[in-house]
Structures are given as structure tokens and as C-alpha cells.
Design a protein around this ligand. Structure first.
Ligand SMILES: Cc1cc2nc3c(=O)[nH]c(=O)nc-3n(C[C@H](O)[C@H](O)[C@H](O)COP(=O)(O)O)c2cc1C
Length: 336
């Protein structure tokens, strides 16, 4: 009953704000705190070019998360990984680096490196569902063996960590019932924050979601939980707030790629105009063309545009046929 009342109030603010084309919904939780917005890391997409163009054009995001560095015995990073974390690449942005490893020594060495670059916090990936990652027991592969996860975290936190450590996890490997045990383990350690992607490894990026797993984490008092999973619209965020008014922070990935103004709207700003969207795609294309080459840049733009064209077969066909950035923009924005 009360939940419904809160939901209606949040929706009313949102809908009344939409009358003049502007969302006046301010993302505040029950304590009146403004919610924090994380831009989810997405390998091959959310690189330094996208991050800085996004901040300049739309803003509204508090923290841009970097796709993971895959740590190895030799601790040598790929050129792409080194560039991505370089403070020069992230000027004026608040970023959170991320590591993928199941080795406490590797993690410690990498955290020293992160500190040396001037960062104060870094993230551990327990969510990647890719078979090449999980078969080596990394990413969400770590969730398959909770005893190992616990001994790994015991070892990690037995050291003096050079920077704060956060974690991004799924809620299980095979089934959501695994979450209780994983949550109890994570709750033992002083993570800076805990991002919960409310799906199991098996559920990959499908539409199945388990928001009750996030509520359970909130109830158990986990350190600064961040909700992640298919927040595509301001209405989705309002529904989450209504369901769980204690929500302090959200992480948004595909929702921000499909609608780069989403975080701005959640802070009471304007929806994106067609002109702004056209400028966004052009700026990204220019940045990627300069860094890579025209073919790679066009491939990336088309991948990025897959999300806004979801479910629209005509647009998808036009996008596939487009030969240059102008063709892509026309396909996606229906501009003649
Ligand atoms: C192409 C792609 C790459 C991703 N790369 C990473 C990554 O490097 N690190 C990570 O923690 N999550 C990664 N993710 C997961 C996203 O950060 C996010 O958790 C997921 O997309 C669900 O959020 P969303 O529904 O808001 O998109 C990736 C997802 C996709 C689709």
C-alpha cells in the first residue's frame, strides 16, 4: 500500500515534469540524498572518447567505469588498457578502473599501479559471463565456487590495500538461490561499494531480472549497494525507487548508450533533441575515425546504434545498409 503511494508520487513528479518536455524528477532516495549515477563499463564501447564526449555533451553521470584490465602473471597490460586508464585520457572525468583476476597478488600489484596513476578507488569484476573468462574461474566464474571466493577475499583484505576496493557482481552462477551465500561473503569485507547486476551468469544479458536480490542486499546492510540491470528509461528508475526507496546509486549501461541524455533527464534536465543526437554520433565517429580508421569507426557507431534501433526492423535494415556516418544518422533519426 505504502509502496504504491510512493510509486504514485514519484511517477506524478515525473509525468508532471514531462508536460513541458522536461523531466523534473530529481533522483533522491528516501533520505533525500541525490542518487549517484555510474556509467557501466562496456568493453569496445565506453572508451575514453565516448566518456569525454558524453560528459561534454550530456553530463549527469557521477562516475564513468572503465572496462576491465585482464590481469596476467607478467602483469603486462595491453596498449588499449594502458591508454584507457591513462589520466590524460580521462581529464576532467571521475573514473573507476576495473580488474579481472582471481589472484590476490596480481590484484595487489595492480592496485599499487592504480594508486601510482593517482586514483583513489578501483573495482573487482565478479560479473563477466564470457566463456573464455569463466572457464578460468574469473569474473562470474568466481561465483561458482563460494569457498574459493571467500578465501580469495580473505587474502585480498588481509593486506593493506593501496586504494579503496569496490566489487561488481552478478547474483549467482547458475541460479538466483546462490545469492544468499554470495551476499553473506561480500558483506564480510569493507568494500567501497558493491554493484549488483541482478542476473546470474547463465542469464547473460537477457530480460530476466531479480530486483529482489538488490533489496535483500539493502536489507542486509551491504556497504553502499549500486543497482545494475536494464534501467533503460526514467520510468524504470522511478519504478526502482518506488520498489526500493533506499537505493543510493544506480549503474546504467545500455540505457545510456540508447539515450545518452538519460542521466541528465534523471537530474531534471532536457531530453535529447534530434540535433543533439546527430551531433553526439558525429563527434563519436570523428573521435573513433581519428583514433582508429573509418571502417572501425563506422563499425563502432553501428554497434552503438543497435540499441536505439532495437525492435525496429526498418531502422535496422537502413542502418545495416548505411555506408557512412550521415547514412547511419539518417537511418537512426529518420532525418532526410
Ligand atoms: C559489450 C559489453 C561489454 C561489457 N564489458 C564489461 C566490463 O568490461 N566490465 C563489467 O563489469 N561489465 C561489463 N559489461 C556489463 C555492463 O557493465 C552491465 O553490467 C550490463 O550491460 C547490464 O547493465 P545494463 O542493463 O544497464 O546495460 C559489459 C556488457 C556488454 C554488453
Amino acid at each position: 500500500m505504502r509502496e504504491n503511494a510512493e510509486f504514485n508520487i514519484v511517477l506524478w513528479y515525473y509525468i508532471s515534469g514531462r508536460i513541458n518536455g522536461r523531466s523534473q524528477m530529481r533522483m533522491r532516495n528516501r533520505t533525500g540524498m541525490e542518487m549517484k549515477i555510474y556509467f557501466a563499463p562496456m568493453e569496445g564501447m565506453t572508451d575514453g572518447i565516448l566518456r569525454s564526449v558524453h560528459q561534454k555533451m550530456f553530463g549527469g553521470v557521477d562516475v564513468y567505469c572503465l572496462p576491465f584490465h585482464k590481469l596476467t602473471q607478467t602483469m603486462s597490460l595491453l596498449t588499449r588498457e594502458k591508454r584507457d586508464i591513462d589520466p590524460e585520457e580521462n581529464k576532467g572525468l571521475n573514473v573507476l578502473p576495473q580488474a579481472l583476476t582471481r589472484d590476490p597478488e596480481q590484484l595487489q600489484t595492480w592496485l599499487e599501479y592504480v594508486k601510482g596513476l593517482g586514483y583513489a578507488c578501483a573495482d573487482l569484476n565478479l560479473g563477466c559471463p564470457s566463456a573464455t573468462v569463466t572457464k578460468r574461474g574469473r569474473g562470474s566464474g568466481m561465483l561458482r565456487d563460494p569457498d574459493f571466493l571467500e578465501s580469495f577475499l580473505d587474502s585480498v583484505f588481509s593486506r593493506t590495500l593501496p586504494v579503496g576496493l569496490s566489487v561488481k557482481t552478478r547474483i549467482g552462477y547458475e541460479q538466483p538461490e546462490e545469492w544468499g551465500r554470495i551476499l553473506d561473503i561480500l558483506a564480510k569485507y569493507p568494500f567501497d561499494h558493491v554493484t549488483i547486476h541482478v542476473r546470474t551468469m547463465k542469464e547473460l544479458y537477457t530480460e530476466t531480472l531479480h530486483p529482489e536480490a538488490f533489496e535483500e542486499a539493502v536489507r542486509k546492510g551491504i556497504s553502499h549497494p549500486v543497482y545494475n540491470g536494464s534501467l533503460r528509461t526514467a520510468e524504470d528508475v522511478a519504478a526502482l525507487q518506488a520498489r526500493c526507496p533506499e537505493t543510493e546509486a544506480v549503474m546504467i549501461g545500455r540505457g545510456l548508450l540508447a539515450n545518452p541524455a538519460l542521466a541528465r533527464q534523471l537530474r531534471g534536465g532536457e531530453e535529447a533533441s534530434k540535433e543533439e543526437l546527430a551531433a553526439w554520433y558525429s563527434a563519436l565517429y570523428d573521435g573513433w575515425e581519428q583514433r582508429f580508421d573509418p571502417v572501425t569507426a563506422l563499425g563502432r557507431i553501428k554497434k552503438l546504434m543497435e540499441w536505439p534501433s532495437e525492435g525496429d526492423i526498418r531502422r535496422k535494415r537502413l542502418l545495416k545498409r548505411a555506408k557512412d556516418i550521415d547514412g547511419c544518422i539518417r537511418a537512426i533519426l529518420n532525418k532526410e
